[in-house]
Ligand binder design. Structure first.
Ligand code: XIL
Length: 384
């Protein structure tokens, strides 16, 4: 009798155990995903794990496409939603690549981070030339910006989870012309339209899609600069906008690290928390950790210790986000080292992403997988 009861109890426990993975995997559209994928593990704590996607590889490269679909629950267009991509000639829109990504995301139960509406880089030359030679004056520039923001946000209304509304408008310690509130006085938009344009661009985006979460996105704004001055400027500026009722919903820390510099993981988490304490959401939006490498093709780290620092810093960024309740997504800036902006931008460096040049998962991938599994409560021990 006793044995039978024990057997019944064991069977019930087994049934529960068998049920758990599929029940859990079903949460957050993760049904049918491998239980140890980054996206499925992230879903168990309502955290989306993302990647930037390069339109040149999506669809045409089967291995790349499979990684994006299997591992990530949120995607960002690496370039396809930037102004020079969507409006290469004045008044002529080309939405093809951006549309492809949004469709792909819908087919794969993924959210989309829209990137980006107001930025000084990757502007079409008709715009920058027109401003430089005076054929586009201030009033017209403002109308052009308002139309751009309205048209793009309207096109994807209801389909974008988070928009990076404004990108990189604060001064770094080395920039020559910071404004008293820390905005970069040399920024194309601030210089031409004044600092009020930041609040306006959030208002215009909100009008076009009231449900999208509207983010400010920047680098070195969570613990990476020695004095933390850039963090403080962003924090105080957006505290004011929030108090004024400007529709800002979140702060995105890009998370571009380099192992040659220090990284203060505690500061990183504390800064994310401070943004969260303003009532804002938080996201890590462009994580990568570069290091010196032998060459840009093989991307073997030149220092053995850097090979350990790389996954460590990735893991510290993820854990910082995990421990801040308001942090809703963690996105890597690209899928694999063979297709990363790093070698072309920071000479001599590479090895920045989660997959190597052959698209094999790296130690950084496994570090994130472990962090997510631990947070999902996968480890229960009987060591009383
Ligand atoms: C980069 C892309 O990865 C490159 O392909 C492109 O040539 C330049 O822009 N901060 C940002 C991103 O907000 O949009 C940038 O992406 C990287 C830095």
């Amino acid at each position: 009798m006793k044995l039978r009861r024990q057997l019944a109890a064991a069977a019930a426990t087994a049934a529960v155990l068998m049920l758990v993975p599929s029940a859990v995997a079903a949460a957050g559209g993760e049904k049918g995903r491998a239980d140890d994928s980054l996206r499925a593990l992230g879903a168990r704590q309502d955290l989306r794990i993302g990647t930037a996607v390069d339109d040149a590889h999506l669809g045409s490269d089967a291995a790349y496409t499979k990684i994006v679909a299997d591992q990530f629950s949120v995607v960002t267009a690496e370039n396809a939603m930037k102004w020079e991509s969507v409006e290469p000639a004045r008044g002529t829109y080309d939405w093809a690549a951006a549309d492809r990504l949004v469709r792909f995301a819908q087919q794969n139960d993924q959210s989309v981070r829209g990137h980006t509406l107001l930025w000084h880089n990757q502007l079409p030359s008709w715009l920058t030339t027109g401003v430089a030679d005076g054929t586009i004056g201030t009033a017209e520039l403002r109308d052009i910006l308002r139309k751009h923001v309205t048209d793009e946000v309207t096109r994807y209304r209801g389909k974008i989870w988070q928009w990076d509304v404004a990108n990189e408008v604060f001064a770094n310690s080395w920039d020559p012309n910071p404004l008293p509130n820390g905005l970069n006085g040399d920024d194309f938009w601030i210089k031409n339209l004044g600092e009020g344009v930041i609040a306006d661009v959030f208002r215009w985006a909100h009008q076009a899609d009231p449900k999208a979460l509207l983010f400010y996105n920047d680098y070195n704004i969570a613990g990476q600069d020695g004095t933390n001055a850039k963090f403080q400027a962003v924090h105080d500026f957006f505290a004011k906008l929030v108090a004024q009722g400007v529709p800002v919903n979140g702060i995105g820390e890009q998370g571009h690290l380099d192992t040659q510099y220090g990284f203060d993981a505690q500061r990183f988490q504390a800064d994310l928390q401070s943004y969260g304490d303003l009532g804002l959401k938080v996201a890590v939006t462009e994580a990568d950790v570069r290091t010196f490498v032998n060459n840009s093709t093989e991307q073997v780290p030149t220092s053995q210790l850097a090979a350990f620092a790389q996954p460590f810093e990735f893991s510290e960024m993820l854990k910082g986000c995990q421990l801040v309740r308001q942090c809703i997504s963690f996105t890597a800036w690209g899928v694999y080292d063979g297709d990363s902006w790093i070698p072309g931008t920071f000479a001599g460096t590479g090895y920045g992403l989660l997959y190597d040049v052959d698209m094999k998962p790296k130690p950084a991938y496994y570090a994130l997988q472990q962090d997510l599994a631990l947070a999902a409560g996968n480890a229960r021990h009987n060591g009383k």
